[in-house]
Design a protein. Sequence first.
Length: 56
Amino acid sequence: MTKTLLVLILMAILVFILNFVFGMVPLIAGYSLPLALFLGISGGFFIYTLIDNRIG
């Protein structure tokens, strides 16, 4: 499995987990999907740069 595919899967998993967590908080439940997308993709890209700089 390539690093890029691994990171795309990691981003998707982060989005699903964050969407579930933010959906449980009543105050921000309406914004759970945009927040989860933003934080999941940003966090996944950050992890990708950490992996790429360490291994690459």
